[in-house]
Write a protein that binds this ligand. Structure first.
Ligand code: SF4
Ligand code: SF4
Length: 108
């Protein structure tokens, strides 16, 4: 069941999937190769050692967004928006309750 089918937007731009404890992803070799081909190898360097911490490419306000979205890591592309992990992060943060949105840094 997706969030939308529960009456909530699939993505609320809360950034919870990019913040700890989910946190920054560990890139696959394919990501490293793609970034090298794109002249963007610095992305791998900024992610190194960040796994489990807030992703350095998450930018805030209004809502949260990915600053490298077109070339984001494969693990991010595979994260199911509105899927079970997304919903669990939101449930843990109490995001189902609009009054809690500001507590988790959501300020749209
Ligand atoms: S946790 Fe879900 S709702 Fe929040 S930004 Fe990620 S995909 Fe969107
Ligand atoms: S690379 Fe982008 S989508 Fe992936 S965790 Fe960082 S901010 Fe989120």
């Amino acid at each position: 069941m997706t969030a939308m089918s529960e009456g909530l937007p699939d993505c609320m731009s809360c950034g919870l999937c990019c913040r700890k404890p989910a946190g920054a992803p560990e890139p696959y070799p394919e990501d490293i190769e793609r970034w090298a081909a794109e002249g963007a190898s610095a992305i791998a360097g900024r992610l190194a050692g960040r796994h489990g911490n807030d992703c350095p490419f998450l930018v805030a306000g209004p809502g949260f967004r990915c600053s490298i979205y077109p070339t984001r890591p494969l693990v991010c592309r595979h994260f199911a928006v509105g899927g079970s992990a997304c919903l669990e992060l939101r449930r843990q943060a109490g995001e189902e309750h609009p009054s809690n949105l500001r507590k988790i840094g959501f300020h749209r």
